[in-house]
Design a protein around this ligand. Structure first.
Ligand SMILES: Cc1cc2nc3c(=O)[nH]c(=O)nc-3n(C[C@H](O)[C@H](O)[C@H](O)COP(=O)(O)OP(=O)(O)OC[C@H]3O[C@@H](n4cnc5c(N)ncnc54)[C@H](O)[C@@H]3O)c2cc1C
Length: 135
């Protein structure tokens, strides 16, 4: 018996499980369809496309696209512990300041601290980058 069941150990599922289990009184079951992989291509961000159409990819495609002369396009999604985050290129781009205007009303400082809590990029430290400042 578990208090919470999370389906999918991808980016969202893993963070959710990690945060929820910070409370020792909450038991969480995290279910993942794919395996845990130690393949080199999972560890090397630039090798992500080598995982397409493997057992670690759901193997999806778009429907045929009329604007592309009827071609269907490969639509990779990770099928493993880590989900698509385990097959992504690890490119990081924080949105433009204007994107967060609505959030700012809710308290941009709080959002920024959440972002910095997820980073450790001391070499790029600035308002928009870097590690969590000591509070
Ligand atoms: C090829 C590729 C490159 C990318 N590059 C970047 C990048 O450079 N930078 C960036 O920021 N983002 C990138 N992304 C996007 C990023 O990886 C996704 O936005 C993010 O992983 C989505 O998180 P998620 O939790 O919604 O889904 P996912 O991380 O995909 O997790 C979903 C999980 O649920 C599992 N699942 C699905 N159905 C079931 C089921 N019925 N039962 C059990 N488990 C199930 C899946 O197997 C998977 O593990 C990329 C994505 C891909 C596919």
């Amino acid at each position: 018996m578990h208090d919470i069941v999370i389906v999918g150990a991808g980016a969202a599922g893993c963070v959710l499980a990690s945060r929820l289990t910070e409370d020792p009184d909450v038991s969480v079951l995290l279910i993942e369809a794919g395996p845990r992989s130690r393949k080199l291509e999972v560890k090397i961000p630039a090798a992500f496309s080598k995982l397409y159409r493997t057992e670690l990819d759901w193997g999806d495609s778009t429907t045929p696209q009329s604007g592309l002369d009827g071609r269907a396009i490969v639509f990779p999604r990770g099928r493993m512990v880590g989900g698509s985050a385990a097959m992504n290129a690890m490119m990081v781009l924080r949105g433009h300041r204007a994107d967060y205007d609505a959030w700012a009303e809710a308290g941009m400082e709080r959002v920024l601290l959440q972002m910095m809590d997820q980073e450790d990029i001391a070499a790029l430290e600035s308002f928009a980058r870097g590690v969590l400042p000591s509070l």
